[in-house]
Design a protein around this ligand. Structure first.
Ligand code: IPD
Ligand code: CA
Ligand code: CA
Length: 255
Protein backbone atom coordinates (compact mmCIF):
# COMPACT_ATOMS: atom_id res chain seq x y z
CA UNK A 1 0.00 0.00 0.00
CA UNK A 2 1.28 3.50 -0.70
CA UNK A 3 1.92 5.73 2.33
CA UNK A 4 -0.92 8.19 1.61
CA UNK A 5 -3.56 5.43 1.27
CA UNK A 6 -2.22 3.80 4.42
CA UNK A 7 -2.39 7.11 6.32
CA UNK A 8 -5.94 7.74 5.08
CA UNK A 9 -7.25 4.29 6.03
CA UNK A 10 -5.53 4.41 9.39
CA UNK A 11 -6.80 7.90 10.21
CA UNK A 12 -10.34 6.88 9.24
CA UNK A 13 -10.20 3.85 11.54
CA UNK A 14 -8.80 5.92 14.41
CA UNK A 15 -11.42 8.63 13.84
CA UNK A 16 -14.20 6.02 13.97
CA UNK A 17 -12.76 4.75 17.25
CA UNK A 18 -12.78 8.29 18.69
CA UNK A 19 -16.42 8.78 17.71
CA UNK A 20 -17.45 5.38 19.13
CA UNK A 21 -15.90 6.27 22.45
CA UNK A 22 -17.81 9.55 22.80
CA UNK A 23 -19.90 9.31 25.96
CA UNK A 24 -17.77 6.53 27.47
CA UNK A 25 -15.62 7.23 30.56
CA UNK A 26 -12.78 9.54 29.52
CA UNK A 27 -10.29 8.55 32.25
CA UNK A 28 -9.08 12.11 31.97
CA UNK A 29 -5.58 12.92 33.28
CA UNK A 30 -3.48 16.06 33.25
CA UNK A 31 0.02 15.51 31.83
CA UNK A 32 2.86 18.01 32.21
CA UNK A 33 0.95 21.26 32.80
CA UNK A 34 -2.47 22.73 33.54
CA UNK A 35 -4.87 21.90 30.71
CA UNK A 36 -2.50 19.41 29.02
CA UNK A 37 -4.98 16.54 28.93
CA UNK A 38 -4.88 12.90 27.95
CA UNK A 39 -7.79 10.46 27.88
CA UNK A 40 -8.28 6.73 27.34
CA UNK A 41 -9.33 7.64 23.78
CA UNK A 42 -5.92 9.21 23.04
CA UNK A 43 -4.24 5.99 24.12
CA UNK A 44 -6.66 3.65 22.32
CA UNK A 45 -6.38 5.69 19.11
CA UNK A 46 -2.59 5.62 19.24
CA UNK A 47 -2.50 1.86 19.86
CA UNK A 48 -4.72 1.28 16.82
CA UNK A 49 -2.64 3.60 14.63
CA UNK A 50 0.73 2.14 15.64
CA UNK A 51 -0.50 -1.44 15.08
CA UNK A 52 -1.81 -0.59 11.60
CA UNK A 53 1.24 1.38 10.50
CA UNK A 54 3.63 -1.32 11.69
CA UNK A 55 1.58 -4.02 9.96
CA UNK A 56 1.79 -2.14 6.65
CA UNK A 57 5.31 -0.67 7.06
CA UNK A 58 7.18 -2.99 9.45
CA UNK A 59 10.56 -1.32 8.87
CA UNK A 60 9.44 2.29 9.42
CA UNK A 61 10.05 4.28 12.59
CA UNK A 62 7.13 5.91 14.40
CA UNK A 63 7.03 9.02 16.56
CA UNK A 64 3.73 9.03 18.45
CA UNK A 65 2.59 11.52 21.05
CA UNK A 66 1.45 8.93 23.56
CA UNK A 67 3.90 6.07 23.01
CA UNK A 68 7.00 8.01 22.00
CA UNK A 69 9.65 6.71 19.60
CA UNK A 70 9.48 3.30 17.94
CA UNK A 71 12.83 2.64 16.29
CA UNK A 72 12.79 1.57 12.64
CA UNK A 73 15.12 -0.12 10.22
CA UNK A 74 14.66 2.22 7.27
CA UNK A 75 14.72 5.96 6.58
CA UNK A 76 10.93 6.09 6.76
CA UNK A 77 9.12 7.63 9.73
CA UNK A 78 5.49 8.16 10.69
CA UNK A 79 4.63 11.12 12.92
CA UNK A 80 1.36 10.61 14.77
CA UNK A 81 -1.02 12.64 16.91
CA UNK A 82 -3.78 10.13 17.75
CA UNK A 83 -6.10 12.87 19.03
CA UNK A 84 -5.27 16.51 18.46
CA UNK A 85 -7.64 18.74 20.41
CA UNK A 86 -8.09 16.50 23.44
CA UNK A 87 -9.64 19.31 25.50
CA UNK A 88 -12.23 19.91 22.76
CA UNK A 89 -12.94 16.16 22.60
CA UNK A 90 -13.36 15.96 26.37
CA UNK A 91 -15.96 18.74 26.24
CA UNK A 92 -17.85 17.52 23.18
CA UNK A 93 -16.59 20.46 21.07
CA UNK A 94 -16.29 18.93 17.59
CA UNK A 95 -12.95 20.44 16.55
CA UNK A 96 -10.58 17.55 17.08
CA UNK A 97 -8.71 15.30 14.69
CA UNK A 98 -6.24 12.53 14.01
CA UNK A 99 -2.97 13.62 12.38
CA UNK A 100 -0.63 11.25 10.54
CA UNK A 101 2.42 12.27 8.50
CA UNK A 102 4.88 10.17 6.52
CA UNK A 103 8.50 11.17 6.08
CA UNK A 104 11.31 9.61 4.07
CA UNK A 105 14.93 10.68 4.62
CA UNK A 106 13.62 13.60 6.68
CA UNK A 107 11.33 14.86 3.92
CA UNK A 108 7.56 15.11 4.45
CA UNK A 109 5.89 13.16 1.65
CA UNK A 110 2.32 12.51 2.83
CA UNK A 111 -0.01 13.94 5.44
CA UNK A 112 -3.56 13.31 6.62
CA UNK A 113 -5.69 15.26 9.09
CA UNK A 114 -9.07 13.65 9.78
CA UNK A 115 -11.75 15.38 11.83
CA UNK A 116 -14.37 12.65 12.37
CA UNK A 117 -17.03 14.82 14.02
CA UNK A 118 -16.86 17.21 11.03
CA UNK A 119 -16.62 14.32 8.55
CA UNK A 120 -13.66 16.10 6.93
CA UNK A 121 -10.55 14.31 5.74
CA UNK A 122 -7.67 16.51 4.61
CA UNK A 123 -4.88 14.85 2.68
CA UNK A 124 -1.78 15.78 0.74
CA UNK A 125 1.09 14.06 -1.01
CA UNK A 126 4.22 15.98 -1.89
CA UNK A 127 3.83 17.58 -5.32
CA UNK A 128 0.28 16.32 -5.81
CA UNK A 129 -1.80 19.07 -4.16
CA UNK A 130 -4.11 18.97 -1.16
CA UNK A 131 -7.69 17.78 -0.82
CA UNK A 132 -10.60 17.77 1.60
CA UNK A 133 -12.84 14.73 1.10
CA UNK A 134 -11.12 14.17 -2.26
CA UNK A 135 -11.81 17.68 -3.57
CA UNK A 136 -8.85 20.00 -4.26
CA UNK A 137 -8.42 22.81 -1.73
CA UNK A 138 -6.45 26.04 -1.90
CA UNK A 139 -5.45 28.85 0.42
CA UNK A 140 -7.15 32.24 0.12
CA UNK A 141 -5.89 35.20 -1.87
CA UNK A 142 -6.36 37.76 0.94
CA UNK A 143 -3.61 40.33 0.58
CA UNK A 144 -3.60 41.96 4.00
CA UNK A 145 -4.10 41.02 7.63
CA UNK A 146 -6.87 43.62 7.80
CA UNK A 147 -8.95 41.39 5.54
CA UNK A 148 -7.89 38.15 7.25
CA UNK A 149 -9.43 35.73 9.73
CA UNK A 150 -6.46 34.41 11.70
CA UNK A 151 -6.11 31.68 14.28
CA UNK A 152 -3.69 30.90 17.07
CA UNK A 153 -3.18 28.29 19.74
CA UNK A 154 -1.48 28.11 23.11
CA UNK A 155 -1.44 25.82 26.07
CA UNK A 156 -3.56 27.28 28.88
CA UNK A 157 -0.52 27.52 31.14
CA UNK A 158 1.31 29.54 28.45
CA UNK A 159 -1.22 32.28 27.79
CA UNK A 160 1.08 35.05 29.04
CA UNK A 161 3.54 34.30 26.28
CA UNK A 162 0.97 34.77 23.52
CA UNK A 163 -1.38 37.33 25.08
CA UNK A 164 0.39 40.38 23.63
CA UNK A 165 0.30 38.94 20.10
CA UNK A 166 -3.32 37.84 20.47
CA UNK A 167 -4.12 41.45 21.37
CA UNK A 168 -2.07 42.90 18.49
CA UNK A 169 -3.77 40.65 15.94
CA UNK A 170 -7.17 41.36 17.46
CA UNK A 171 -6.63 45.05 16.72
CA UNK A 172 -5.59 44.48 13.08
CA UNK A 173 -7.27 41.36 11.69
CA UNK A 174 -10.94 40.87 10.86
CA UNK A 175 -11.02 38.28 13.60
CA UNK A 176 -8.85 36.03 15.75
CA UNK A 177 -9.86 32.49 16.64
CA UNK A 178 -8.40 29.97 19.07
CA UNK A 179 -9.89 26.65 18.07
CA UNK A 180 -7.75 24.27 20.15
CA UNK A 181 -6.52 21.71 17.60
CA UNK A 182 -3.32 22.80 15.86
CA UNK A 183 -3.37 20.16 13.11
CA UNK A 184 -6.92 21.15 12.21
CA UNK A 185 -6.05 24.86 12.42
CA UNK A 186 -3.40 24.19 9.76
CA UNK A 187 -5.87 22.24 7.62
CA UNK A 188 -8.26 25.21 7.87
CA UNK A 189 -5.53 27.50 6.49
CA UNK A 190 -5.12 25.06 3.60
CA UNK A 191 -8.89 25.04 3.00
CA UNK A 192 -9.11 28.84 2.99
CA UNK A 193 -11.11 29.14 6.22
CA UNK A 194 -8.25 30.93 7.94
CA UNK A 195 -5.75 33.19 6.19
CA UNK A 196 -3.06 32.62 8.83
CA UNK A 197 -2.24 30.57 11.92
CA UNK A 198 0.58 30.91 14.46
CA UNK A 199 1.67 29.05 17.56
CA UNK A 200 4.95 29.20 19.48
CA UNK A 201 5.56 25.83 20.90
CA UNK A 202 4.08 22.94 19.00
CA UNK A 203 5.26 19.34 18.90
CA UNK A 204 6.24 17.50 15.69
CA UNK A 205 2.97 15.52 15.73
CA UNK A 206 0.92 18.75 15.83
CA UNK A 207 2.62 20.21 12.76
CA UNK A 208 3.94 17.58 10.35
CA UNK A 209 0.81 16.56 8.42
CA UNK A 210 -0.82 20.01 8.51
CA UNK A 211 2.33 21.76 7.26
CA UNK A 212 2.47 19.58 4.15
CA UNK A 213 -1.26 20.09 3.55
CA UNK A 214 -0.87 23.90 3.75
CA UNK A 215 2.11 23.88 1.38
CA UNK A 216 0.35 21.62 -1.10
CA UNK A 217 -2.65 23.98 -0.97
CA UNK A 218 -0.36 26.82 -2.06
CA UNK A 219 0.41 28.31 1.35
CA UNK A 220 3.62 29.08 3.22
CA UNK A 221 4.81 27.54 6.49
CA UNK A 222 7.88 28.76 8.38
CA UNK A 223 8.99 29.39 11.94
CA UNK A 224 7.47 32.59 13.35
CA UNK A 225 10.74 34.47 12.76
CA UNK A 226 10.60 33.50 9.07
CA UNK A 227 13.30 30.82 9.34
CA UNK A 228 12.73 27.30 8.06
CA UNK A 229 10.07 25.27 9.83
CA UNK A 230 11.74 22.97 12.36
CA UNK A 231 9.41 20.28 13.67
CA UNK A 232 11.48 19.89 16.81
CA UNK A 233 11.43 23.62 17.62
CA UNK A 234 7.70 23.97 17.12
CA UNK A 235 7.52 27.70 16.26
CA UNK A 236 4.96 27.79 13.45
CA UNK A 237 3.55 30.46 11.12
CA UNK A 238 1.29 29.17 8.34
CA UNK A 239 -0.37 31.56 5.94
CA UNK A 240 -1.80 31.91 2.46
CA UNK A 241 1.63 33.30 1.49
CA UNK A 242 0.35 36.82 0.73
CA UNK A 243 0.05 37.88 4.38
CA UNK A 244 3.17 36.05 5.58
CA UNK A 245 5.49 39.06 5.70
CA UNK A 246 2.89 41.23 7.42
CA UNK A 247 2.18 38.53 10.01
CA UNK A 248 5.91 38.27 10.69
CA UNK A 249 6.12 41.98 11.35
CA UNK A 250 3.13 41.88 13.71
CA UNK A 251 4.63 38.88 15.50
CA UNK A 252 8.13 40.37 15.58
CA UNK A 253 9.86 40.06 18.91
CA UNK A 254 7.80 36.98 19.64
CA UNK A 255 9.70 34.32 21.57
C1 IPD B 1 -2.76 20.64 21.59
C2 IPD B 1 -3.67 21.33 20.61
C3 IPD B 1 -3.79 22.80 20.93
C4 IPD B 1 -2.43 23.47 20.97
C5 IPD B 1 -1.50 22.76 21.93
C6 IPD B 1 -1.41 21.28 21.58
P1 IPD B 1 -3.35 18.04 22.05
O1 IPD B 1 -2.61 19.27 21.23
O2 IPD B 1 -3.19 21.20 19.29
O3 IPD B 1 -4.55 23.49 19.98
O4 IPD B 1 -2.60 24.81 21.38
O5 IPD B 1 -0.22 23.37 21.81
O6 IPD B 1 -0.58 20.64 22.53
O7 IPD B 1 -2.73 18.04 23.41
O8 IPD B 1 -4.80 18.34 22.06
O9 IPD B 1 -2.94 16.88 21.21
CA1 CA C 1 -1.65 17.83 19.51
CA1 CA D 1 -2.75 14.67 21.12
Amino acid sequence: MDPLSCAIETAQAAGALLLERVGKPLELREKSSRGDLVTASDRASEALIVARLLAAFPRAAILGEESGKHAGESDERWIVDPLDGTTNYAHGYPLYCVSIAYERAGELLAGVVYAPALRELYAAARGAGATCNDRPIAVTDAGSVAESLVCTGFKPAEFDRNGKYFERLSRVAQGVRRDGAAALDLAFVAAGRFDAFWEFDLAPWDIAAGALIVREAGGTVTAIDGGPLDLTRGSTLATNGHVHAEMRVILSGAP
